[in-house]
Design a protein around this ligand. Structure first.
Ligand code: NDP
Length: 446
């Protein structure tokens, strides 16, 4: 490690002990930024990197609720308000038993750079709870969401902090939280994105992260005169991002051969077509079942307890969770001929896996660039709410494509190396940093 990065990271680790995911996210950015900051000393003197790695505010609270048996349950709730230099805090809410301060701080930190890349006026934040929606009734999920919002409502607002969905938080949960916010504030405002169509949601928002990840992969392939047509694509996860990434790959003429959940993955060598995808949507969004049921229904292989990266593919789209591709997985992918990684999930590749991609000069689109389509359309939802109008599907999709292209251009501008190789990791980190850093400098030491 560069000794300057080592020194910086030592201070981050000392101030944030035990927060390994947060350290990982900060180090990845510091690796790209420290050489850039050395060349641009104004940022060094203003201690921008030190300030950007410290959340503006963290709220931690108790969430008591009563389950269907009448027993009292208690969960922990969080909102990390990371950076508001270029707009109100913006970032999703995650409900998953693994949620802790470290995971939410890493997500909020990444969000700052991602939101800046979208070109929209969005600051960075993230929140969530260790609540596990799996196996809970609709009534229990509603009780929990209402209790969560009974504390959170006083900290958020359409011009302050605008949450959205993430793992474990989809349309159902956003509805329950928005309903409780509205009741407590007696205001109908665009305080949440990912809302239902009938009550202020934007067309294309549910699709946006998955579609955007595929648009980004297509942009990367274009730099080599290639496209997704005819490519074999491995996707992990089977939730919101994975489903719509699959849909867009099919539309672009690719073949999706895997999907997964936390219990294992399915391998469908004939490809998951639109009809099978409809089955997955019904299975996951309505029945709330397991992906193993796909294997039973369509008579394909199910690999219990495994991740899909052992399958041969041209393109990999990790769309499940953080650190789901290890160094060994990355080596297997590259050995099997995978040439493109576009990250639908946040930080799905470990640092060693990223090194494998970069050493092998494959097209690697890091999450903060490749999955920014979700927050970009959230930004467009905020605009529509403020204007009190609603754009058509085509208008939103056209804007999403334009934004993904622009993010790709920014990565190219800041990440192209002397031999022409585009280091999207450096490009997205530096490209996302500059706007936020300049805004922070202009606003003084606050
Ligand atoms: P969902 O809850 O809809 O789906 C998550 C999927 O990932 C499920 O298939 C789930 O399986 C699987 N998964 C979750 N945790 C793990 C784990 N620890 N190990 C293995 N599999 C796991 O979430 P989303 O699709 O919304 O989010 C997926 C990723 O995309 C996350 O990293 C999220 O931060 C990122 N993202 C999402 C955005 C959005 O707009 N929704 C925007 C940008 C990024 P199971 O059902 O078994 O838990």
């Amino acid at each position: 490690m560069d000794p300057r990065t080592e020194k910086f990271m030592a201070s981050i680790i000392a101030r944030n002990p035990g927060e390994t995911e947060f350290h990982q996210a900060v180090q990845e950015v510091a690796d790209s930024l420290i050489p850039f900051i050395e060349e641009n000393p104004k940022y060094k003197h203003a201690k921008i990197l030190e300030r950007i790695a410290e959340p503006e505010r963290i709220i931690i609270f108790r969430i008591p609720w009563i389950d269907d048996k009448g027993d009292v349950q208690v969960n922990k709730g969080y909102r990390i308000e990371m950076n508001s230099a270029i707009g109100p805090y913006k970032g999703g809410i995650r409900f998953h038993p693994t949620v802790n301060l470290s995971i939410l701080k890493f997500l909020a930190f990444e969000q700052v750079f991602k939101n800046s890349l979208t070109t929209l006026p969005l600051g960075g934040g993230k929140g969530g709870s260790d609540f596990d929606p799996k196996g809970k009734s609709d009534n229990e999920v509603m009780k929990f969401c209402q209790s969560f919002m009974t504390e959170l409502y006083r900290h958020i607002g359409p011009d302050t902090d605008v949450p959205a969905g993430d793992i474990g938080v989809g349309g159902r949960e956003v509805g329950f939280m928005f309903g409780q916010y509205k009741r407590l504030k007696n205001e109908f405002t665009g305080v949440f994105t990912g809302k239902g169509r009938e009550w202020g949601g934007s067309l294309i928002r549910p699709e946006a992260t998955g579609y955007g990840t595929v648009y980004f992969a297509q942009e990367m392939l274009k730099t080599q005169g290639d496209s997704l047509k005819g490519k074999s694509v491995s996707i992990s996860g089977s939730g919101n991002v994975a489903q719509f990434a699959t849909e867009k790959v099919l539309e672009m003429g690719g073949k999706v051969v895997t999907l997964s959940d936390s219990a294992g993955f399915i391998y469908d060598p004939n490809g998951i077509d639109m009809e099978k995808l409809d089955y997955v949507k019904e299975l996951k969004n309505i029945k709330r079942g397991r992906i193993s049921e796909y294997a039973e229904k369509f008579g394909v292989e199910y690999h219990e307890g495994k991740r899909p990266w052992i399958v041969k593919c041209d393109v990999a789209l990790p769309c499940a969770t953080q650190n789901e591709i290890t160094e060994e997985d990355a080596q297997t992918l590259v050995k099997n001929g995978c040439r493109v990684i576009s990250e639908g999930a946040n930080m799905p590749s470990t640092p060693d896996a990223v090194e494998v991609y970069l050493n092998n000069r494959i097209l690697y689109g890091p999450g903060k660039a490749a999955n920014a389509g979700g927050v970009a359309v959230s930004g467009l939802e905020m605009t529509q709410n403020s204007m009190r109008l609603s754009w058509t599907r085509e208008e939103v999709d056209e804007k999403l494509q334009r934004i993904m292209k622009s993010i790709h251009e920014t990565c190219k501008k800041f990440g192209t190396e002397s031999d022409g190789f585009i280091n999207y990791l450096n490009g997205s980190n530096v490209g996302g940093f500059v706007k936020v850093a300049d805004a922070m400098m202009a606003q003084g030491v606050v």
